[in-house]
Ligand binder design. Structure first.
Ligand code: SAM
Length: 249
């Protein structure tokens, strides 16, 4: 690939702990892709925008209560220092909309992203509103800071960029591609601690393998993620209610 043909997707991360980067993003296919110029990572240290000699970035919550809040003036200055270049501005927060593979696909198909990692109790609401930040959660649990969340989101995007995954690691045929969870995986040996690979997978009958995998995907999704299963049925034009009725019959 010539340099001119390379697509450079850019991630800018604002954090109080820029040393946490690249972290896992420097390893394996994601790190290699950065070295190959398929994407770029830059960090902005929010504390560089502090104004007093203690480099204070937080204050007590208005209205009282525990913890500290990231100051709006300092945070806004850090955000405004970034050249956005049409990239969405995301704020990692457990209060955000849960990140989905659909949103990851959209982000990966754009020019990149700018993301703000919170700390303490989080960011002053006025900055979220005035800078039009999209609030994103990576799950219903609370981390100590947004850095791990940002790395998870960026990794999910980068692996979808053209040229990042080799043939051995396909982004097709995996969980969420058809709104379903992936089927169980096996590799040699044929028997491990008394457990055999399901016979159909070693039968050489590709049609039977496809059917088995499809059934597994449906059963696993139905059992573990009724929300995904209902959405899948809706997409196929079958109402979730009908599926529950069927189960009751
Ligand atoms: N007070 C916040 C709340 O109750 O929603 C939690 C703040 S948390 C201790 C500090 C920072 O970690 C957040 O501002 C956010 O940036 C990050 N964080 C924590 N959990 C997260 C999650 N599930 N998804 C994304 N970011 C998260």
């Amino acid at each position: 690939m010539t340099d001119a043909a390379k697509i450079t997707w850019r991630a800018t991360v604002l954090s109080l702990y820029p040393d946490a980067f690249p972290g896992v993003l420097g390893t394996s296919v994601i790190g290699t892709a950065e070295q190959n110029g398929l994407w770029q990572l830059e960090t902005v240290d929010i504390r560089d925008f502090a104004v007093n000699r203690h480099r204070t970035v937080d204050g007590p919550p208005a209205g009282g209560g525990a913890g500290l809040v990231l100051k709006p003036d300092i945070s806004a200055k850090a955000i405004d220092s970034v050249v956005r270049d049409d990239r969405p501005l995301l704020y990692m927060t457990p209060r955000g909309r849960p990140l989905t593979q659909d949103r990851v696909r959209q982000l990966a198909s754009g020019p990149g992203l700018v993301c703000f990692c919170g700390r303490f109790e989080g960011l002053d609401q006025r900055v979220i509103e005035s800078r039009g930040m999209e609030e994103v959660s990576i799950g219903d649990f609370v981390l100590a800071g947004g850095e791990v969340a940002a790395q998870a989101m960026i990794e999910a995007c980068v692996r979808l960029l053209p040229g990042v995954l080799g043939n051995s690691e396909s982004a097709l045929d995996e969980s969420f591609e058809d709104g379903l969870l992936e089927y169980p995986l096996y590799t040699r040996p044929r028997e491990f601690e008394g457990r055999a690979i399901p016979a159909v997978l070693t039968s050489g009958d590709h049609g039977a393998v496809d059917r088995w995998r499809r059934t597994q995907m449906e059963e696993i999704t139905k059992a573990r993620r009724p929300d995904l299963w209902d959405a899948h049925l809706e997409r196929k034009g079958e109402s979730p209610l009908r599926s529950e009725d069927n189960e009751r019959d």
